[in-house]
Ligand binder design. Structure first.
Ligand SMILES: Cc1ncc(C[n+]2csc(CCOP(=O)(O)OP(=O)(O)O)c2C)c(N)n1
Length: 569
C-alpha cells in the first residue's frame, strides 16, 4: 500500500472525524487517496491554512478530542504557524500534518521547501519528520498520543513527498511505547495531606481555577469539591465554564479585566488553591504584590509550571481530576459565612455594569445573547475589548461553553474556531446547541474568508461582529496610557460592509444599531438553522472595558472607571 493510502487509513484507524485541510503539490497524493478511498473522516476544505489550524483548535476545545490539520509544504506549512503557536500557548491538542519536498531534495532550497520542523520547534509539544514509509503509522499513532496526554499541545508531522509514494503493508499499532515520555503521575499522599491541612487551617480560602480543569474533564469534581468545602471560586479567562457562574460560590473571572470582587478576594484571601491554572501575568499583574496574604497550593499536571511565576507552599503534581477526587474525602465543610459575606459586600460595592442609556453598547449585546440562549450555547470570542465583555457578561454554566485565544491573543481566531466547534458538536450529535462567534470588526476580517466554509457546510453559526469602528482594545490603551493619540486604530473609513460581506459568502447578513434592532436580529438569527447568520452590531465607538488592572500594575491598583482610580484593593 502507498504511504498516502496508509495515511488515510491510519487517520480512520485513529478515529479522526474531521480533517481541516488545504491541498498542494507536496500532499497531492494524499488528496488523490481521499478521493479514491472515500475515508470515514470528513475532509473540510479551508480557505487559508491558518483558518484550518483554528478550526482544529475550536474542534478540540469543544469536544476534548484531538483536532487534525493537513497542509502542503512551504507556504501551506508556514501559514499554520500562528495556529500552532496559539495551540501551544493554550495547551490545545492538535496534530498538524505538513507536506514536505522529497527526502532527496531536503536542504536544497527546493520549490516550496521550508524547514517547518525548525520553524515550529519552540511552539510544538513535539514534532516528527517521517523518513521511512515503514515508520508512518507508528508516527501517526504517537503524534495523537503525545498531543492528547499530559499537558496537551500541538504536534507537527512532516511528510516528505516520496514517503507518500513509497509502499509497505498497512498495520496500525494498538499501543504506544515512548521511551522517556510517561504521563502517569502517581499522587503523593503527603502533598494531598498537607493541602488538606492548609485548607482546614485557612479562614479565607479561594479556589483559583484555570483551563486545566476543563482539559482534564474535572468540572464535576471541582463542583463537588468547592461545594463540600463551601469555598468561593474564581476562574481565569480559560477557566470560564469550568464552574457554573450562577452558583453562589462563583466570584467570576479574576485578573486584568476580572471582576472587582474577584480581585478583592485574591488580595485578601489567606489561602489560594490553584486548580489547573498557571499564574499568567494577565492574572497576577505585578507579582510581588499579588495575593499578599495568601499561602499557595498549586495543582498542575506539568511540573515545569509549578513555582514558575509564584513561589508555591504546597505543590501537587497530578491530573486535576485525580487530585480533586482523592482530596474530596479528606476535606470537611468549612464555616466561611463571614468570608462569603465580605465578598458579597465587595460584589455590591462594585458590580460589573455599564451605562444603560438606550444606546447599543457591546456589553448589552452580550447580555442579549445570554438572555436568548439561557446558557445553552458555546460562545467563542476573538481578541480585544469584545473578548473581555464576552467573558464578563455571558455567565457560563455549561462546561466547555467558552472558547477564546488567551495565551497568544490571536486576532482572527474566533470565526474559524467557531466553525471547528460547530463541526465538533455536529460530530457529537449536539446540533441543537447554538455556536455563537463574537468578533471585533478588526479581528473579524483577519480570517473572514472562512465564512464560505461555514456556508458550504450549512453550519447554523450565529456570527456577531461588534463593530465599534476601532481596534478597540488598542484604542483603549491609547486613551488611557498614550495621551489619546489614536495612532492607526480608527477603522471607520476602511471597514467593509459586513452585511454584504456575509451575503457575498452565502450567509445571511443583518445590521443592528439599536437595542430593539438587535433583539429582532437575534430572534431572526435563532430562527434560521440551515445557514450561518452574521449580525453586525453597530455599537458605541469609544466604550471602555472596566474594571482594569493596567499591565504590570498591582492587582491592588484597579481602575474602575474612566480617568479615575477611586478604589484601592
Ligand atoms: C494578530 C494580532 N495582531 C495584533 C494584535 C494586537 N491587538 C490586540 S487587541 C487589538 C484590537 C482588536 O480590535 P477589534 O478586533 O476591532 O476588537 P475590539 O477591541 O474593538 O473589540 C489588537 C490590534 C493581536 N492581538 N493579534
Amino acid at each position: 500500500m502507498t504511504g498516502a493510502e496508509i495515511f488515510v487509513r491510519a487517520l480512520d484507524a485513529q478515529g479522526v472525524e474531521y480533517v481541516f485541510g488545504h491541498p498542494g503539490g507536496a500532499v497531492i497524493k494524499i488528496y488523490d487517496e481521499i478521493a479514491r478511498v472515500n475515508p470515514r473522516f470528513k475532509h473540510i476544505l479551508v480557505r487559508h491554512e491558518q483558518g484550518g489550524t483554528h478550526m482544529a483548535e475550536g474542534y478540540a476545545k469543544a469536544t476534548g478530542k484531538v483536532g487534525t490539520v493537513l497542509v502542503t509544504s512551504g507556504p501551506g506549512a508556514t501559514n499554520t504557524v500562528t495556529g500552532i503557536a496559539d495551540a501551544y500557548m493554550d495547551s490545545i491538542p492538535i496534530v498538524v500534518f505538513t507536506g514536505q519536498v522529497p527526502t532527496s531534495l531536503i536542504g536544497n532550497d527546493a520549490f516550496q521547501e521550508t524547514d517547518i520542523i525548525g520553524v515550529t520547534r519552540s511552539i510544538t509539544k513535539h514534532s516528527f519528520q517521517v523518513r521511512r514509509v515503514e515508520d508512518l503509522t507508528r508516527t501517526i499513532r504517537e503524534a495523537y498520543h503525545i498531543a492528547k496526554t499530559g499537558r496537551p499541545g500541538p504536534v507537527v508531522v512532516d511528510l516528505p513527498k516520496d514517503i507518500l509514494f513509497a509502499e509497505t503493508p498497512f498495520t496500525y499499532p494498538d499501543d504506544v511505547e515512548l521511551r522517556g515520555y510517561s504521563t502517569e503521575l502517581k499522587l503523593k499522599m503527603e502533598q494531598l495531606t498537607q493541602a488538606a491541612d492548609m485548607l482546614k487551617a485557612s479562614e479565607k480560602p479561594l479556589l483559583y481555577v484555570g483551563g486545566g480543569t476543563l482539559n482534564g474533564n474535572a468540572t464535576a469534581e471541582l463542583a463537588a469539591f468547592a461545594r463540600k468545602l463551601n469555598v468561593p471560586v474564581t476562574t481565569t479567562l480559560h477557566g470560564l465554564s469550568a464552574f457554573p457562574e450562577n452558583d453562589p460560590l462563583s466570584v467570576g473571572m479574576l485578573g486584568m479585566h476580572g471582576t472587582w470582587y474577584a480581585n478583592q478576594a485574591v488580595q485578601h484571601c489567606d489561602l489560594i488553591m490553584s486548580v489547573g491554572a498557571r499564574f499568567d501575568d494577565r492574572v497576577t499583574g505585578k507579582l510581588d504584590s499579588w495575593a499578599p496574604h495568601a499561602k499557595v497550593i498549586h495543582i498542575d499536571i506539568d511540573p515545569s509550571c509549578i513555582s514558575k511565576n509564584v513561589p508555591v507552599d504546597c505543590p501537587i503534581l497530578g491530573d486535576v481530576k485525580d487530585v480533586l477526587e482523592a482530596m474530596l474525602p479528606m476535606v470537611e465543610r468549612k464555616d466561611t459565612t463571614e468570608w462569603l459575606a465580605q465578598i458579597d459586600v465587595w460584589r455590591e460595592e462594585c458590580p460589573l455594569d455599564f451605562e444603560r442609556d438606550g444606546k447599543l453598547r457591546a456589553q448589552a449585546v452580550i447580555e442579549a445573547l445570554r438572555e436568548k440562549s439561557e446558557g445553552n450555547a458555546v460562545v467563542l470570542s476573538d481578541v480585544g475589548q469584545h473578548q473581555m465583555w464576552t467573558a464578563q457578561y455571558f455567565s457560563y454554566v455549561r462546561p466547555r461553553s467558552h472558547i477564546t485565544s488567551g495565551g497568544l491573543g490571536t486576532m482572527g481566531f474566533c470565526l474559524p474556531a467557531a466553525i471547528g466547534a460547530a463541526f465538533g458538536l455536529r460530530g457529537m450529535g449536539e446540533v441543537d446547541v447554538p455556536v455563537i462567534s463574537v468578533s471585533g470588526d478588526g479581528g473579524f476580517v483577519m480570517n473572514a474568508q472562512e465564512l464560505s466554509v461555514a456556508a458550504a457546510h450549512r453550519l447554523p453559526l450565529k456570527i456577531i461582529v461588534i463593530n465599534n469602528r476601532f481596534l478597540g482594545m488598542v484604542r483603549q490603551w491609547q486613551e488611557l496610557f498614550h495621551g489619546n493619540r489614536y495612532s492607526h486604530t480608527d477603522l471607520s473609513d476602511t471597514n467593509p460592509d459586513f452585511v454584504k460581506l456575509a451575503e457575498a459568502n452565502h450567509c445571511v447578513g443583518i445590521a443592528a444599531s439599536t437595542p430593539a434592532e438587535l433583539k429582532d436580529a437575534i430572534d431572526k438569527a435563532w430562527a434560521i438553522n440551515d445557514r450561518p447568520v452574521l449580525i453586525e452590531c453597530q455599537v458605541e465607538k469609544e466604550e471602555m472595558v472596566f474594571p482594569m488592572v493596567p499591565a504590570g500594575a498591582s492587582t491592588g491598583d484597579m481602575i474602575t472607571e474612566r480617568f479615575s482610580n477611586d478604589h484601592d484593593v
